[in-house]
Design a protein around this ligand. Sequence first.
Ligand code: RP5
Length: 151
Amino acid sequence: MGSPNDWDLMKPAADALEALGVECDVRVISAHRTPQRHHDYVVAAGDAGIEIFICGAGFAAHLAGVTAALTPLPVLGVPLDSSPLDGIDALLATVQMPGGIPVATFGIGKAGAKNAGLFAGSVLARSDASVAKALDEYRAAQTAAVPETPF
Ligand code: RP5
């Protein structure tokens, strides 16, 4: 995420991954204010065992796009509603990637962060039976929690 202040919005991604038993490495990395930290972290990621990036940023949100420019690993982008434009700026910055450098972009804010975490789990579940089992259980519990009537 681009700022420590983004943590409140991005925590649902970490929570979803935790629920699936997937380890995640949470970092504050700004595409604009810590470009060297960004570069060093992303280029070392493959060797460090990182399989998927989830990048959350607000304002002119370049974190996901620049991450995708630096690595062939999958990059999930979460536009954050931390600006006066309520995340519309970040949504457009994150989703409108030039052809050739893909960023899978999720909804604005907490719901997008949660779905990014679950989506990362779905991808990892393809090659990890324990994650697949946890994802099945998560979805079953979610379904069971929906009442048939509002009363
Ligand atoms: C913060 O600036 C926002 O929430 C956003 O994540 C961040 C963008 O950081 P830069 O990459 O532009 O430095 O206020």
